[in-house]
Ligand binder design. Sequence first.
Ligand code: XMP
Length: 533
Amino acid sequence: MTEAQPKQFVAVLDFGAQYGQLIARRVRDLHVYSEIVPCDIPADELAAMKPSALILSGGPASVNEPDAPRVDPAIYEMGVPVLGFCYGHQITAVTLGGKVFHPEVGEYGHAEIERAADSALFNNTPLKQTVWMSHFDAVCDVPEGFVVTAKTKVCPVAAMENAQKKIYTTQFHPEVKHTEHGQQILSNFLFNICGLEKNWSMDNLVETMTAEFREKVGEDRVILALSGGVDSSVVAALGARAIGKQMTCVFINHGLLRKNEPEQVEEVFTKQFDVDFIHVHAEDRYAELLAGVTEPEEKRRIIGTQFWKEFFAVAQQLETDGKPVKYLAQGTIYPDIIESGARKTGGKASTIKSHHNLIPFPEGVHFDLIEPLDHFFKDEVRELGLALGLPAHIVFRQPFPGPGLAIRIIGAVDKEKLEILKNADAIVREELDAYNERLYKQTGERNSEHSCWQYFAVLPDIKSVGVMGDERTYQRPIILRAVESSDAMTADWAKLPYDVLAKISGRIVAEVPGANRVCYDVTSKPPATIEWE
Ligand code: XMP
């Protein structure tokens, strides 16, 4: 933990690929700081972190398998309250002397639990309630000292507890939105049972984070690759506040950004924030390198390699004044760390991908990293951005791939196609920004059920016949891609109202020279991906 994090914190023991992430986010939603730790962390190591409470996550394994993940039994003796869900419920049962069996039927999806005994965990929730279940095993015998507090028709122990030792577990998943009273249950645990305080908020953090940043770098020089995305922009805004022109933000313009984006980034980081801003106009160099390249991975490779070349060239140029660059600031966020697994979390949640942000330092070049957002979830980064005074168009920017429009132009990239795509994409964004804003006004939620999470235009490598006025046209179709998602791992195609689709189609064909047709991609992920390349 860094100074910025409060002393009070909840450790989430993760029993399987990313089950813990959602729990940690829910706890932070309730303004309590939480961190993910590997499920097999030794109790003495965990105790040294001084957690205020432990939450044991779900996981895909079966506790009765010989190599199923285990937990150090001593964690139950630390005198720290424990809450466990699903696998966390079952592992608690078997570790403390209970039994788990494999019933004939499992439960998947909505289920109704009925309370079987009084329990502080269920305070302010009804006797019968809908929960989200996903299990094939179930606890049949509870350990000594435990009572059953809820059951379903097929699950004899839907919840159990040893209130004296403050150990509470549920077969269902309170962290999932489909569990009607999930947040209340979590809240009961954190505030009534553990007596924690709500003290995690982004507004309070800005001062501490600024001081930490300043203290870490001292008088040294810092460089940042600023993409204009949320994460690097928040680091830039924080750096500006902490050390001003001691930090250089390098914005590499590969010519593959969306319409007006480079201008907006330059405006924000030259007029609003006091940093040293360098706009590298690399458009022509990228155009040359990408000419005739059609293979998506090859495009990605070229763009990525050139990016670092451009970046290190600037770093070297900067140092010609005799003052070395000591630090590279990065917008790495907590999910990057969890997914990379290489660093702080270790453990089961973490063997998914290698670190996204590994930097190919050229020989002889090395910078120390400063990653002030490495303990924050995306929503928190946005809140920080607002607290630091970044404009909404940056803070609420949708995800945009590093290789930019090059992977939204199917086949070879050229100037003419880029122009068509930029213009069509600007219309898609304008109309769907407005659509999302209308939903926000209706629901009060930024990411409500039907709001679009990512939306853009794609330019396929074909032409089609049309007619405009009395003229036959032979021009490009535009594919509209709009998805609902929360993390890009899965996505549903957005069920946009016909009038919204009609407006987008009408505007593109009328306003974008070179486009005469609009198609809507109605495929979810999986089986498709969000991007076309
Ligand atoms: P897919 O297409 O795999 O995309 O469903 C999932 C999310 O990742 C973004 N994406 C990328 N981001 N570099 C990036 O920085 C890339 O090469 C890249 N490819 C896809 C995509 O926009 C979506 O949000």
